[in-house]
Write a protein that binds this ligand. Structure first.
Ligand code: I6G
Length: 675
């Protein structure tokens, strides 16, 4: 071993300690202590020292987390103390039963203190530290023998490679859950879908799968986290007396704990904790499948002992399952407002995630292929939080002999027009446009919706009935309703008809933005409609704009610009707009006029570079109020560029094109000279 100068050794040790501290702040405390640039600088320095002095590298160096050589197989590790499982309670009554047994065994009537911990849905691990240094990480396995996943565990940044703080035990076996936060899970599955690869059913499988990689570089690429929840083998000078103190000690040694751990007294307080956490469940950034209640006093835990493979001093109160098995009874193809054809799975109803689910989206043709699902298959349905239920997996072992291949229709199931799929789009669409009954219905529902024309009392069911009974054929017909044909429709007495007609009348007074949104132009949501209204002021101005002119508006990209231009080139759409206006639909005409004088009307301005006095948004608002369009790119049509410090290619282009350029001071002077 080459002799390493003392000064370099010192510097190296300091760098390792500091970087480990930064990691702890970032990954365990969620509270970064230094900017990323400083972290990167120190990390580069550490790498330089390690390259120049390869013998210097210590096991706890943050460079040793990145994953090394792939293994051929995992070796086995026998747990020093068995890794137990937990008994479950599925109701408050079962929880009370647990408490009664605890009290009986302890011969105690006084209320008992419990630590309440969210039960994270991941993979259990055991990590052993000797004199503060990580020795191994192992899976639970069968509870007695697990797999040696040390190389993978070392890649997880919230797992300390070396314990920090005081009173480091001679031997410490930490137990906890390794899990994948929801965003990481979604990103992983998105990436798999993009390449037609296999997706994970849920974050738990993704975490377990990530941990069981023979190549630890794969594990290192997954955003896994570890949360400590108890201690197995333990040899130290002093021993805490409660579970809560033990958790505190783990926190001091550098482990991440769950933020919602709470100590309460009595079983009623446990039930209350359950209710509170159940409300938060969907908003948590990770999946939990229940709450674990543990008797807090370690002496009481010892007296209670174990039964079979579970402690008598702890119980898991489960939340309703988010996954269930059921059968796919059929597939229906729904046609949306823009003609998009969505396959919807009809399921044998099943209680999952707290509700009865009988439909699940199958998204598109690619998704059907990726899942390889057939009608009659037994499938796993997942409903996590408020997300639409999904088919997560097909249980191939249960496939019936007569399972039917799903055939994607070549013709629209509603109007029989051909189904088309544009290159580069995953969505297949009916080509029928407003000839298609389904598209008409969806267009009218959208037109009447709250954020659009806001027609009170015109619900989805009524729209469907009115179209089916040929009472209306387009949104314009709403304003020419034959009331006598409405009376007698389901739940439509005279009074309801009169209310509906009155609501339709009220809806005639609208705003340009709402009207544009109500038209249902593809990709034009509320925000884009508002942008169009603010920039153009009048519908004629939008209708006349070319794709290039639309592209000059901030926030309007090529796809949206093309949809807008196509919409206004379609004579059917123009005649519907005209019919609506003739029927009395109106908005404060040319909104820009109401904003005062418009000396910049017809001009396009571009803001580039930094601004010191005004914010860019303020400048944009001020210019729009004077009638200017504010675009994000410079073109021959640009009237004026405002360039601040750091202006780059836009300024160069403006100069090349001979476009007038002013700085912020000149802009301020110009604005203050306006009446
Ligand atoms: O599997 C488990 C998940 C979470 C646990 C557990 C836990 O505490 C939050 N605690 C114990 C004691 C055991 N399993 C055995």
């Amino acid at each position: 071993m080459a002799l390493i100068p003392k000064k370099i050794l010192e510097e190296y040790k300091n760098l390792v300690a500091e970087l480990n501290q930064h990691n702890h702040h970032y990954y365990v405390l969620d509270n970064p202590s230094v900017p990323d640039s400083e972290y990167d600088r120190q990390m580069r320095k550490l790498q330089e020292v390690e390259v120049s002095h390869p013998d210097i590298v210590t096991e706890d160096s943050p460079t040793q987390r990145v994953g090394g050589m792939a293994l051929q197989s995992f070796s086995q590790i026998t747990h020093g103390l068995p890794m137990l499982s937990l008994d479950n309670a599925f109701s408050d009554a079962e929880l009370q039963d647990f408490e009664r047994k605890v009290k009986d065994r302890l011969n105690q009537t006084a209320d008992i203190e419990y630590v309440c911990e969210p039960k994270l849905d991941g993979a259990a691990v055991s990590i052993l530290y000797r004199d503060g240094v990580l020795v191994y990480g192992a899976t639970r396995g069968d509870g007695n023998i697990g797999e040696d996943i040390t190389a993978n565990v070392r890649t997880i940044k919230s797992v300390p490679l070396k314990l920090q703080g005081h009173n480091i035990p001679h031997l410490l076996e930490v137990r906890g859950e390794i899990y994948l936060p929801k965003v990481g899970f979604d990103a992983l599955n998105e990436a798999a879908r993009a390449v037609g690869g296999k997706t994970f059913v849920n974050p738990r499988n993704a975490a377990a799968g990530s941990l069981r990689q023979l190549d630890s570089k794969v594990t290192a690429s997954r955003p896994l986290e570890m949360c400590a929840y108890s201690v197995g083998q333990y040899q130290a000078e002093s021993t805490p007396t409660t579970h809560q103190d033990m958790l505190q000690a783990l926190c001091g040694w550098g482990f991440k704990l769950n933020d919602y751990v709470e100590t309460v007294t009595g079983v009623d307080a446990c039930a209350d904790y359950y209710q509170r956490l159940a409300k938060r469940r969907n908003k948590l950034p990770y999946d939990i499948d229940g709450i674990v209640y543990k008797v807090n006093e370690l002496a009481l835990q010892e007296r209670l002992g174990f039964v079979a493979k579970a402690p008598r001093w702890a119980i898991a109160r489960k939340f309703p399952a988010q996954e269930e098995m059921t059968q796919l009874l059929g597939v229906e193809f729904q046609v949306g407002r823009t003609g998009a054809i969505t396959p919807v799975a009809r399921l044998d109803p099943v209680f999952v995630g707290g509700v009865t689910v009988s439909n699940a989206t199958l998204h598109n043709r690619d998704e059907i292929q990726r899942l390889g699902v057939r009608i009659g298959d037994v499938v796993i349905i997942r409903r996590a939080g408020d997300v639409i239920p999904q088919i997560a997996k097909v249980v191939l072992e249960k496939r019936p002999l007569d399972a039917e291949v799903i055939v994607f229709p070549e013709r629209c199931p509603v109007c029989q027009s051909s189904v088309q799929r544009n290159t580069g789009e995953v969505v297949a669409r009916c080509s029928g446009g407003l000839f298609c009954g389904a598209q008409i219905k969806e267009a009218i529902k959208h037109f009447a919706s709250r954020k659009a024309m806001d027609i009170d009392g015109l619900g989805d069911k009524l729209v469907e009935l009115m179209v089916d009974k040929a009472i209306i054929f387009s949104v314009a017909d709403l304003y020419e309703l034959d009331e006598s044909r409405l009376v007698g429709l389901e739940r439509m007495a005279e009074k309801s008809v009169a209310n509906l007609v009155a609501a339709i009348d009220v809806s005639k007074e609208t705003t340009l933005a709402k009207f544009l949104y109500a038209l249902g132009i593809r990709e034009v949501g509320e925000a884009t409609a508002q942008t169009l209204a603010n920039n153009f002021g009048a519908i004629e101005m939008i209708a006349q704009s070319s794709v290039e002119e639309l592209l000059e508006i901030d926030d309007i990209g090529p796809v949206v610009a093309r949809h807008i231009a196509n919409f206004f080139r379609n004579p059917d759409n123009l005649s519907i707009i005209e019919a609506l206006r003739n029927a009395g639909v109106k908005w404060p005409d040319i909104d820009l006029l109401s904003q005062g004088a418009q000396p910049l009307k017809g001009q396009t301005w571009v803001l580039t570079g930094g601004m010191q006095v005004m914010s860019r948004a303020e400048a944009k608002d001020a210019l729009q109020a004077l009638g200017a369009k504010v675009a994000s790119s410079v073109s021959a049509k640009t009237s004026q560029v405002v360039a601040g410090p750091g202006a780059g290619s836009k300024l160069t282009k403006a100069e090349k094109l001979g476009i007038a350029v002013m700085d912020e001071a000149e802009l301020m002077a110009f604005l203050s000279a306006q009446p």
